[in-house]
Design a protein. Sequence first.
Length: 118
Amino acid sequence: MSRYLAELRYYPGDPLEEIRISDLKTLGKEYGVNISWTKTENREMKGGLLMENTLDKRIEDITQEVITVSSDQEENFSRCLVALYKKYRCPRTPYSLLGSNEAGQKIAKKLMDPHGGW
């Protein structure tokens, strides 16, 4: 397991632009980190509106995109997070770092204010 791990959770409308796996692969290579992306989609069209009932659902089951970044190198990890924040903006909810380890969460939070924070 990597020393630094951050899961950045973006809910619909949060990222400034569409998250593309090709962009994430480029950032992973540039900063020498492991980076992955998952998308959960549970919204349904009801009465002409795209809706989702989130009550009684686990955070992991709500519509979202999750970028996972891990590395053993703090500097590379931090620089990659800054690049992600600049490209997509910082995740915007209190649960946005759920799944991160303590070291990764601490760095991710520390970088949020100076790079587009909450």
